[in-house]
Design a protein around this ligand. Structure first.
Ligand code: PEP
Ligand code: CO
Length: 450
């Protein structure tokens, strides 16, 4: 048992970013309903993921984590889940080929609902209302009653997560992820693009290899790795009442697992060592992440390692670096040196999205593909110089043809943003931009290996 820890011990600490629910009785009721629901993931699965992540930690695998900034009730459909699944598969193929090593795939899906906000309220035309905090908390509609936090939304978010996970499991293991279907993963709108053509060439190379293997008697009928894939789920565990209600004791080991997702992370705004989120995270056995913005100090990183990974387990802790393309060169090296000199086992992953959000001249929050790429490239260069392993990337993307980030081969301009700007929160890469970035990362991995 972790010293004085219980699934609810976070309640004794100061909790940032948790909404103030007007109806406390309803909150208790909603949490009781969630506590009676079936676990979404199983402890054994979280243990398997930790083993895979231990390989990433040792430089023997690469981590690809990505998906929506915020899932929504409105955009839920089997097709959307499938499109996001497809883009993750395509990206992982590109990266597997480049690195000649396994890619651990973790989706920001099936639970990525709660959003931290920099400001508690939003003002439009002199009207001030509570900020939108994600569909699990309130509605994005700018109306007083819709912005009021409603605990029953947790039940809907749980149900949608269960449906999403059910689909993901079916796609991963029901034949769709079979490498023989690789050409079918490309969306029509991507097919004729540069990145689409490049992927098609890669897919044909894989076809040739599979045909060769087939003539040697190695087929998807016999080999699970050709037929199926593993896709894990993750989200920011922000709404601790919900997370507590899904935290269960594993009957095999007697340890506590959060069963709302395989991996959980602490956001940049809630990563305070002595506060509620760190308290909750220290007691769960799942692999976890901590977002590290430009202001984190190397002492704070070590403090988080002490609290969250006291046994220095490989695969337990991922540091998700989101400093911004202009800050990373100055800020990251000192963190790496400290972590290295103290012998701490961490996975270094790059989130090149959250430090590069800007406001376009047309009023949209956006990100430039060139800034995203600059941060990733610098991340790789710094690790090469420090002799450490750039273990993964953490991206916000969608399989859809949205226009939310500017740039890339398709050349989305600030004027184009209004065409298909659908996100509920931060701007995402569209499918083509996601492939383009994956090919750039793949080239970088190849170069670093040679
Ligand atoms: C996010 O990942 O959507 C997010 C809010 O990130 P951060 O905590 O790094 O700002
Ligand atoms: Co985001």
């Amino acid at each position: 048992m972790t010293n004085g820890w219980a699934p609810n011990s976070w309640r004794e600490k100061q909790a940032l970013q948790i909404p103030k629910y007007p109806n406390q009785e309803l909150l208790v009721k909603a949490e009781q309903i969630i506590a009676k629901q079936a676990p979404l993931i199983f402890a054994g699965e979280a243990r398997n993921l930790k083993k895979h992540l231990a390989k990433v930690c040792r430089g023997e695998a690469f981590l690809l984590q990505g998906g929506d900034c915020a899932e929504s009730f409105r955009d839920f459909s089997a097709n959307n889940v499938k499109d996001n699944f497809k883009i993750i598969l395509q990206m992982s193929i590109i990266l597997t080929f480049a690195g000649s090593m396994p890619v651990v795939k973790i989706a920001r899906m099936a639970g990525q609902f709660a959003k931290p906000r920099s400001s508690d309220t939003q003002v439009i035309n002199d009207m001030e209302l509570p900020s939108y905090r994600g569909d699990i908390i309130n509605s994005a509609d700018f109306k007083a009653e819709k912005r009021m936090p409603n605990p029953m939304r947790m039940v809907r978010a749980y149900n949608q997560s269960a449906s999403t996970l059910n689909l993901l499991r079916a796609f991963a293991q029901g034949g769709f992820a079979d490498l023989h279907k690789i050409h079918a993963w490309t969306q029509d709108f991507v097919k004729d693009s540069k990145a689409g053509e490049k992927f098609s060439k890669l897919a044909s190379q894989i076809d040739d290899t599979l045909n060769f293997m087939q003539s040697c008697g190695i087929t998807s009928e016999h080999v699970k790795q050709i037929r199926e894939t593993d896709l894990y789920t993750s989200h920011e565990a922000l709404l601790l009442g919900y997370e507590e209600a899904l935290t269960r004791k594993d009957s095999v080991t007697g340890k506590w697992y959060n069963t709302s997702a395989h991996m959980l992370w602490i956001g940049e705004r809630t990563r305070k060592p002595n506060m509620a989120h760190a308290e909750f995270f220290r007691g769960i056995e799942n692999p976890i992440g901590v977002k590290c913005g430009a202001n984190i100090t190397s002492d704070e990183v070590i403090e988080m390692c002490d609290i969250l990974n006291p046994h220095n387990e490989e695969g337990r802790l991922t540091l998700i670096i989101r400093m911004g393309a202009d800050n990373i060169s100055e800020k990251l090296p000192s963190l790496i040196r400290k972590v290295k000199s103290e012998g701490r086992n961490v996975i270094w992953s790059s989130d090149p999205m959250h430090g590069n959000t800007i406001k376009s001249s047309t009023g949209y929050r956006t990100r430039k593909l060139e800034s995203i790429w600059k941060e990733i490239e610098t991340f790789f260069d710094i690790h090469k110089a420090e002799g450490t392993y750039a273990g993964g990337v953490h991206l916000e993307m969608t399989g859809k043809n949205v226009t939310e980030c500017t740039g890339g081969a398709i050349g989305i301009t600030e004027q184009d943003l209004s065409d298909r700007y659908y996100t509920f929160c931060d701007p995402r890469l569209n499918a083509e931009q996601a492939l383009e970035i994956s090919f750039l990362i793949a080239d970088k991995i190849k170069k670093n290996k040679s």
